[in-house]
Design a protein around this ligand. Structure first.
Ligand code: DGJ
Length: 709
């Protein structure tokens, strides 16, 4: 419905702006109320009827004056402003040497192009201009704030968050995503009460402990209830703020976090917040996962991933660590090719002197002592076996005894006289500086020019604890922007090279990084049971074709747990499959089962890498989910029994995402078993009786429509 006098599909600038503007997604509607001085969100969520009276919608929110409160409620603007009397967190905090701090701006211009809304607010008296950009595609809203200094003196910016979005009261809980190294994306449910929950990330990278994803939810179910999901597409310091005011209004607001003095805008300069990406669903947590995953898959850069099957990886890390030898790696390459691997990735340890994590970062030359003829013989062997070759790099880092550290000590981020913090014996190069990026670029380009490298694993193994540039100023935000710039350059010059984002596992798995990379290393734990929860958490945002998932050694080097090959395959199969273990030390039986697992993955990877995810609610001690094709004709469901069930039998597994009227054949394929036939209605509402599984065992079923609509 047009409330703005605009024309669908064309840009419409509304100088005398309309009272309301509206965007509609597939099942969602955004309404922005532009009647007052500041733009406020009147509705974001379930799609409203085309003829909804938007004035009546806004009237529903009107309240009488409360005792002991202002007689008119200060508006929650897209950037809530101090000058409006807003009692919560301001969306923009800025000042000029302590003046012009009570930010205030009024709507000056409203522009709507199909699917995108831009609202400019002018704070001429304080020399600020704000642009709020809101784009709705599918059921995902992407919003950002641009702040421009229109004054004549520098503007010191303490915060410029992406727009605040309301969180209705019936979403009674928050769900946060947090964790640690080798235990990322764990969820925690928090009851909403008056006050804020805030997560600040000061690690300089996206972090293991404060992943910028938060849900507000009605039920906590995977399949039912309304929910909102908020993700900040940013790979550095950030703040997530979710608050319920004592006047009962709730909102979530995310933005980059600036270190002291980090952002000063010169006259005329602008800063744009990272995108806040927001999904709505009325089908529980998995509904949010499907909305985000569909959004990620709709990105133009996803086309090239879709264009061919995602190749099965072999990664050398857990087989050899730093103990490289061409003969051993060639033997591993042969063994990998024999079981169906399609891409061989040489992990850390190939560089000059890199026999441990204490040396060898920063110069990016092949260790001629280990590889006398460079990497050519190994790569030829890999390619001769029909596999692609991939290489591990950690471009932002240097160890102290590297050429780069000796020649350019001022390129290292530091905060003298405070001592550096030892962190894996390495320092961070200041990527905010063009000459540093150029230096690293030349080295990466030399490798990519000399060798046929199809894939780079871009690792990043320490926090930016001392993110000071040589000029003495904080450079954490600018470092991340520099990383983006170098990745963009890489993409432009080597468009065929795929890049994986890794930061001690899943420390940098956000959509800012994924705008320029093709895969995430979700976690350093290859323990199949721990991986199930890591992958479940991350699946709230990312589809499985982007999530590296490897079969590791029988005994996990991190947890010490010994798990069967069958279980390790059953977990890894639902991602971008890989193997990361010493194949030459594996029993014949395990190797054969792994080959069968790879074959199973290849048979179903088109479905796994394109279908819709339905995580299922199960009793504690079990994890179950399914992936169903868009046609609802085929699906793959998995159940893992982590601990023994309380009763003698597991409860029926109610499938989801099927056509109730169609008849399906449900066949256990891992391990193989007897098929059964039932309608989608019965499978979803009554459920399948799982076999009795011992703890640490899994079962995978295929579901195929044999008849029906
Ligand atoms: C951390 C990564 O997460 C691992 O997969 C591996 O690449 C090591 N770094 C190598 O140093």
């Amino acid at each position: 419905m047009m409330d703005d006098g605009g024309v669908n599909g064309q840009s419409a600038v509304m100088s005398a702006h309309p009272p309301f503007v509206r965007l509609d997604g597939a099942r969602t509607t955004l309404v922005v109320d532009c009647r007052g001085d500041v733009p406020t969100v009147a509705h974001w969520g379930r799609r409203l009827a085309a003829d909804t009276d938007l004035a009546a919608l806004a009237a529903l929110a009107q309240r009488e004056a409360a005792p002991g409160a202002p007689s008119t409620t200060p508006p929650m603007g897209l950037s809530p402003l101090i000058g409006s009397g807003w009692p919560g967190r301001p969306g923009v905090s800025a000042h000029r040497s302590g003046r012009d701090w009570a930010t205030w701006a009024q709507i000056a211009r409203v522009t709507r192009t199909d699917g995108t809304l831009e609202i400019v607010s002018d704070g001429a008296a304080q020399g600020i201009l704000m642009l709020h950009r809101m784009r709705l595609s599918g059921d995902v809203l992407t919003v950002s704030t641009t702040l421009t200094n229109t004054g004549e003196t520098p503007l010191r910016v303490e915060a410029c968050d992406a727009p605040a979005l309301p969180v209705p009261a019936h979403l009674t809980h928050w769900l946060s995503f947090e964790g640690r190294w080798a235990g990322e994306f764990q969820t925690r449910r928090i009851e909403r009460g008056i006050g804020a929950i805030a997560r600040e990330n000061r690690r300089g990278r996206t972090s293991h402990d404060a992943f910028p994803l938060l849900l507000a939810e009605e039920t906590g179910s995977e399949t039912a209830g309304e929910a909102l999901g908020f993700h900040l597409a940013w790979s550095g310091n950030h703040r997530m703020w979710a608050e319920t005011l004592n006047d009962a209004r709730g909102y979530a607001m995310f933005g980059a976090l600036f270190l002291p003095g980090e952002l000063t805008l010169a006259p005329g300069a602008s800063y744009t917040s990272p995108d806040l990406v927001v999904a709505w669903s009325d089908a529980g947590r998995s509904g949010i996962a499907r909305a985000f995953q569909a959004h990620v898959r709709a990105r133009p850069q996803h086309d090239r991933l879709r264009a061919r099957p995602r190749p099965v990886h072999y990664n050398s890390w857990e087989a050899v660590y730093f103990d490289h030898s061409p003969d051993r790696l060639m033997a591993l390459a042969d063994a990998a090719a024999n079981i169906g691997v399609e891409r061989f990735v040489l992990d850390d340890g190939w560089m000059t002197g890199r026999r441990s994590d204490r040396v060898g970062l920063g110069d990016w030359t092949v260790d001629r002592g280990v590889y006398p003829k460079g990497l050519h013989p190994l790569i030829e062997r890999v390619r001769g076996q029909g596999m692609e070759f991939g290489l591990w790099v950690e471009p932002e880092m240097c160890t102290p005894d590297s050429e780069v550290a000796r020649a350019h000590p001022d390129w290292i981020l530091a905060c003298p006289p405070a001592p550096q913090l030892d962190f894996r014996h390495q320092f961070v190069l200041d990527f905010s500086r063009a000459e540093v990026r150029d230096h690293v670029w030349r080295q990466l380009a030399a490798l990519l020019d000399e060798y046929p490298i199809a894939y780079l694993k871009w690792d990043m193994n320490r926090d930016l604890s001392h993110a000071g540039g040589a000029d003495g100023r904080a450079a954490a935000v600018a470092h991340v922007e520099g990383v983006y710039a170098l990745l963009d350059r890489l993409r432009e010059h080597y468009p065929a090279v795929e890049v994986e984002t890794c930061a001690s596992g899943g420390g940098r798995a956000d959509l800012g990084m994924l705008a320029r990379t093709d895969r995430v290393w979700a976690s350093d734990t290859n323990d199949a049971l721990d991986r199930l929860t890591v992958q479940r958490g991350l699946s709230t945002l990312l589809p499985p074709e982007l999530v590296g998932s490897h079969v590791g050694p029988a005994t996990c080097h991190i947890t010490g747990r010994h798990l069967s090959m069958r279980l390790r395959v059953a977990t890894a199969i639902f991602g971008h499959f890989g193997v990361e273990a010493d194949l030459t030390a594996m029993s014949d039986a395990d190797r054969a089962q792994l080959a069968a697992g790879i074959a199973l993955h290849k048979r179903h990877r088109d479905l796994i890498h394109s279908g819709a995810l339905y995580r299922l609610d199960r009793p504690a001690g079990e994890i179950a989910f399914g992936i169903v094709a868009a046609t609802a004709r085929t699906g793959l469901f998995s159940l893992t029994q982590i601990t023994a069930p309380v009763a003698s039998f597991a409860t029926p597994l109610r499938l989801a995402g099927l056509d109730p009227a169609a008849t399906y054949r449900v066949t256990p394929v891992w391990p193989a078993g007897e098929a059964l036939t039932a309608t989608g209605e019965l499978l979803m509402h009554i459920g399948v009786q799982p076999p009795r599984l011992q703890p640490q065992h899994a079962i995978i079923w295929t579901v195929e429509a044999t008849r029906g609509s």
